[in-house]
Design a protein around this ligand. Structure first.
Ligand code: NAD
Length: 334
């Protein structure tokens, strides 16, 4: 099926071509992010594939519907960037990749936590300049510490299991209790309970309910020196409030793989440009902040499953089969 692949990265194109030999779709790779300015590029394509920072709101979907698009396949788990109600009204099906190596994200979150706590990012830069001093590099033992997991689904539970392995006391906050999270040794607390943790790691979807779930109020009450890890979605954390909490010392450090305004920055090489996002510039000026560019999912295993599932969804649609990974409109999960 003729498919416009928006935000197609170089690392995806080679693998897609390889995997597509089993499917035979006509894939057209586009560098552009999908938004209302670029939606016309999809005219005449029955299928459109997008990634996390493409905009698939009502306006864009109207453009796509006019251009005869019938299916949108997002190459990720989260779908907060897609207006499902509008898609449903316009008769456009939406599919995602509901299950691909959740380990990839959980393991990366652990990596960020270790780097942030033990200042590995700073040590790496120092030793490259023959500075072997330890001043400012002290961390704390994780064993016996309390780690809060916000969103105890697939990724949050794996992250929790790894932290139980470190000897941590793992607590969880979620609107649904997972027996698996309790089986691995996690204990549920209410929203306030999270404020007792030494480490808070975000693993819930971005929805209207979770927008800025970590905001000024929570940040004012977290344990002094707590570390915040966000590998889920930028909008979960109020970045300006987090900067204030870092400045006051209430927050001991923050590691972000996702950022509220990431669409204009991430997946681009801006090293020769002046970055005009002052909030990001401020963030990266802190010694106790680590920013990575939405790469937690990025393992060979995960990418193969993401792209393979996307191609399979397109094949299912073309053949009129049931769409295994269709997002139904009444799901509140993103
Ligand atoms: P999942 O659906 O298995 O788990 C999400 C959990 O969040 C569920 O248990 C759900 O009940 C909970 N939740 C929903 N609303 C909540 C609320 N208001 N408060 C507390 N908890 C709530 O999803 P998953 O596969 O574990 O993925 C989690 C998130 O990770 C995704 O939504 C996505 O945003 C993010 N993600 C990031 C990357 C990356 O590369 N950085 C990759 C994949 C997924």
């Amino acid at each position: 099926m003729r498919t416009a692949m928006f935000s197609a990265q170089n690392y995806e194109r080679a693998l897609l071509n390889e995997l597509n030999t089993d499917h035979g779709h006509d894939l057209v790779y586009l560098d552009a992010l999908l938004d209302s300015d670029t939606a016309s590029l999809a005219a005449g394509f029955p299928a459109v594939s997008v990634f996390v920072n493409d905009t698939v709101d009502r306006r864009v979907l109207n453009h796509l519907a006019r251009g005869e698009t019938k299916i949108v396949a997002t190459r990720c788990t989260g779908f907060n960037h897609i207006d499902l109600e509008a898609a449903d009204e316009l008769g456009i099906k939406v599919v995602r990749v509901s299950n691909y190596s959740p380990n990839s994200v959980a393991e990366f979150a652990v990596g960020l936590l270790l780097a942030l706590n033990r200042k590995i990012h700073r040590a790496y830069n120092r030793t490259r300049e023959s500075n072997f001093s330890l001043d400012g590099l002290m961390g704390f033992d994780l064993v016996g510490r309390t780690v809060a997991v916000i969103g105890t689904g697939k990724i949050g539970t794996i992250f929790g299991r790894i932290m139980v392995g470190f000897g941590c006391n793992v607590i969880g906050f979620d609107v649904h209790r997972s027996p698996e999270f309790e089986r691995i040794g996690g204990r549920y607390v209410d929203a306030e309970g999270v404020e007792t943790a030494d480490v808070i790691s975000m693993h819930c979807p971005l929805t209207p309910e979770t927008y800025h779930i970590v905001g000024q109020r929570t940040l004012a009450r977290v344990k002094k020196g707590a570390l915040l890890i966000n590998t889920s979605r930028g909008g979960l954390v109020d970045t300006e409030a987090a900067i204030d909490a870092l400045k006051s010392g209430r927050l001991g450090g923050m590691a972000l793989d996702v950022y509220e305004q990431e669409a204009s920055l991430f997946y681009k090489d801006l090293s020769s440009s002046i970055v005009s996002d002052d909030v990001m510039q401020r963030l990266i000026s802190f010694p106790n902040v680590i920013v990575t560019g939405h790469q937690a999912f990025f393992t060979r295993e995960a990418l193969q499953t993401i792209l393979g599932t996307t191609l399979e969804s397109l094949s299912e649609f073309e053949a009129g089969r049931t769409l295994t990974n269709q997002i139904s409109i009444n799901r509140s999960n993103g």
